[in-house]
Unconditional design. Structure first.
Length: 455
């Protein structure tokens, strides 16, 4: 593989509008296995982000690959206006899964990707409420289609594309390490939640009609564990009261589980940690282990019944493609066969303990935290608090050079950067990562910190 020639072609023919060119130069890989990507020289790169938490069961998972091959030989293509067995069975699996966890009956609607499924969730909400205003959290990420961009907090995703009249009202997320109100979580009494509630005290705060007892806002879109926002983890008692208040005000709760679903946090869905019963659940990514695009929504029966959401309410050519549904069905079977809740929590606890030890050795690590195998390292200046984006960028790029050494071998390290200040390493390894690979990741992270002259 002639990397220089390929980079020249990329520079001439490929759009720079996606995220490939965050790396300088962009990195080529040519095969993968388990927790590793491999470059053209065969150097293994330990992947600690697994395609933004899409490949939860590891690269080239044999069972999932075989499910795809079998479907290729049977029914690889079918227009989504027709039914096939795998679609119906997968919908049943997801509905049964959520009913077991919440006691709620609902239905599933498939689409191709997470952003498109957010669009479908917006349609369900607007169809039910006849309102087009939404709440979302600061630091939240729900996608980059036009509708999803309107409820994603980063203005840079909207900046080039004109005015967004339906832009969400963004509320502070309980980001305790960098409290937006500069309070301490031990003594704040969930001050951020009290400030959200205050919006409903009087009609003059602009969201509530005290006479009709009705809000101008239809729904609150929530990542219970923020993904692109930096794997921020809320205090344990926040969301119970938050959900109770939304229900009291008749505001729908939409759980965005695109990054954190499918055992990433040690529960099948991240909302389970807080005893929440969402009105709508959006899922994607790890449903097919990154092997074929498919995503979707689950909604309560009252919101998505055929009478409420009739045929033709939304459509996508590849929405319930048979390759995707067959793979998704196999993934759901795998998750039922082993105690992933125990496995992920044990590995996550071990990994977090190693990161906490790492923090003690490096002043520039301001915060580490984690839930299951969703872990974060927030990089700071020597004061342990001022955001250090430059160090995060340096670690990201240095990891892709493939010149780290361990056990007499060369390695690379695949990292992802998130956070409000783009100074946080968001760590989402394969759920099948071994303790030896966790230990290796710490060795490689320490080498990167040393290479990049951290202290």
């Amino acid at each position: 593989m002639d990397i220089k020639a390929l980079l020249a072609k990329d520079a001439q023919y490929c759009s720079f509008g996606d995220t490939v060119h965050y790396a300088n130069p962009p990195k080529f890989f040519n095969h993968c296995e388990g927790s590793y990507l491999f470059d053209e020289l065969g150097t293994p790169y330990l992947d600690l982000q697994m395609w933004y938490s899409a490949v939860n069961l590891g690269y080239r998972n044999e069972r999932i690959n075989n499910a795809l091959k079998q479907q290729l030989d049977n029914l690889p293509q079918l227009a989504c206006q027709y039914l096939h067995k795998e679609k119906v069975d997968l919908a049943q699996e997801i509905c049964t899964n959520i009913e077991q966890r919440t006691g709620l009956k609902g239905r599933v609607h498939f689409n191709v990707g997470g952003s498109q499924s957010i669009e479908d969730a917006l349609k369900i909400v607007r169809n039910e409420t006849k309102k087009n205003l939404m709440f979302a959290f600061m630091g939240g990420y729900h996608g980059r289609t036009l509708g999803a961009s309107a409820i994603t907090s980063s203005y840079r995703y909207r900046n080039r594309f004109g005015h967004f009249a339906d832009r969400a009202s963004f509320q502070p997320y309980p980001y305790c390490f960098r409290c937006p109100y500069e309070m301490k979580k031990e003594t704040c009494g969930l001050y951020c939640l009290s400030q959200f509630k205050k919006l409903f005290d009087t009609e003059y705060y602009g969201v509530w009609d005290s006479k009709s007892k009705e809000s101008e806002f239809a729904a609150f879109f929530v990542e219970f564990i923020q993904g692109t926002g930096g794997y921020v983890i809320p205090p344990p008692n926040y969301f119970q009261e938050f959900a109770r208040f939304l229900k009291e005000k008749n505001i729908l709760l939409v759980a965005d589980e695109i990054q954190m679903g499918f055992y990433r946090t040690g529960k099948f869905w991240s909302f389970e940690h807080y005893g929440i019963k969402p009105d709508i659940v959006v899922f994607g990514k790890a449903l097919t282990n990154g092997l074929n695009p498919i995503a979707g929504i689950w909604a309560r029966e009252e919101l998505i019944s055929p009478e409420k959401f009739p045929p033709g309410s939304t459509h996508s050519t590849y929405s319930s493609n048979p390759l995707g549904t067959a793979i998704g069905l196999e993934v759901m079977k795998i998750f039922k066969e082993k105690n992933y809740e125990q496995q992920v929590n044990e590995k996550g606890s071990y990994f977090l303990g190693k990161l906490q030890e790492l923090k003690k050795r490096w002043k520039m690590i301001g915060d580490v935290d984690g839930i299951g195998l969703a872990l974060r390292i927030e990089l700071c200046q020597q004061d342990g608090f001022t955001p250090n984006r430059e160090l995060a960028d340096a670690l990201f790029n240095a990891g892709l050079r493939g010149d780290l050494k361990a056990n007499g071998k060369l390695y690379g390290l695949v990292l992802d950067i998130g956070g409000y200040y783009k100074n946080t390493l968001t760590i989402a390894p394969s759920l099948e990562i071994t303790k030896d690979e966790i230990d290796l990741s710490i060795i490689l992270l320490e080498q990167l910190l040393d290479q990049c002259k951290a202290v």
